[in-house]
Design a protein around this ligand. Structure first.
Ligand SMILES: CC(C)(COP(=O)(O)OP(=O)(O)OC[C@H]1O[C@@H](n2cnc3c(N)ncnc32)[C@H](O)[C@@H]1OP(=O)(O)O)[C@@H](O)C(=O)NCCC(=O)NCCS
Length: 153
C-alpha cells in the first residue's frame, strides 16, 4: 500500500472511487440525492479535482482511496476523503487523513475544517475533530462542519 501525491492522470480513477464510496452513504442521503450528485459529478468528470491538492492510496496498481484539500490562509479545508467500499474499516482513511494533515501542516496550515458527511462524524471525532455546526456542502448536501487545530496529536 502506497500513499502518494495525485497527478492529473489519476483524476478519472479518483472519480470512480468517489462515486463507489458515495453510493454507500444511504443512511445519510436519499437514493435520489445520490443519483443526482453522481450525474453532476460524472458530467464534470475528473477535472473537478484540478483546483485541489490530493493524495491517493494505491494497492495492486489501483487507487483504493484518496483525499483532496484546499488552503485558505492558515486554514486547510479537507474537501474529499473517500475509500472504496471493500477497503473501508481497514485503517486506510485514517492513514490518508494523517498524511493529508502532515502535508497541510508542512504548508503552514494551523487548523483544518471539514464539511463531513454526518455519518463520517465519528471517524473525524476519533481523529480529534470537534463538531462546530450543521451546514451545507457546495452540492447542497447536509453536512456536519468539523474542526481541529493542529498540531494536536
Ligand atoms: C469515512 C471513511 C473515509 C473512513 O475511512 P476508513 O478507512 O473506512 O476508516 P478507518 O478504518 O481508518 O476507521 C478508523 C476508525 O474510525 C471510525 N469509523 C470509521 N468509519 C466509521 C463509520 N462509518 N461509522 C462510525 N465510525 C467510523 C471507527 O472508530 C474506526 O475504527 P474501527 O474500525 O476500529 O472501529 C470511509 O469509510 C469512507 O470513504 N466513507 C464513505 C465516504 C465518506 O463518508 N467520506 C467522508 C466524507 S467527508
Amino acid at each position: 500500500m502506497q500513499v502518494r501525491r495525485a497527478t492529473k492522470k489519476d483524476f478519472e480513477e479518483m472519480l470512480e472511487v468517489q462515486i463507489a464510496s458515495f453510493r454507500t452513504l444511504t443512511d445519510t442521503y436519499s437514493p435520489d440525492q445520490i443519483a443526482a450528485w453522481e450525474k453532476r459529478a460524472t458530467k464534470k468528470g475528473g477535472k473537478r479535482f484540478e483546483p485541489y491538492a490530493s493524495l491517493v492510496c494505491v494497492e495492486g496498481g489501483r487507487i483504493v482511496a484518496f483525499a483532496t484539500w484546499g488552503i485558505k490562509r492558515d486554514t486547510g479545508w479537507l474537501r474529499c476523503l473517500y475509500v472504496l467500499p471493500r477497503w473501508m474499516r481497514k485503517g486506510i482513511g485514517s492513514r490518508l487523513l494523517k498524511s493529508a494533515e502532515r502535508t497541510m501542516l508542512d504548508a503552514g496550515v494551523r487548523r483544518i475544517r471539514i464539511k463531513s458527511a454526518p455519518s463520517a462524524r465519528p471517524f473525524y471525532e476519533r481523529h480529534g475533530y470537534r463538531y462546530v455546526e450543521d451546514g451545507k456542502s457546495s452540492a447542497g448536501f447536509d453536512v456536519a462542519i468539523m474542526k481541529k487545530a493542529i498540531p494536536e496529536g
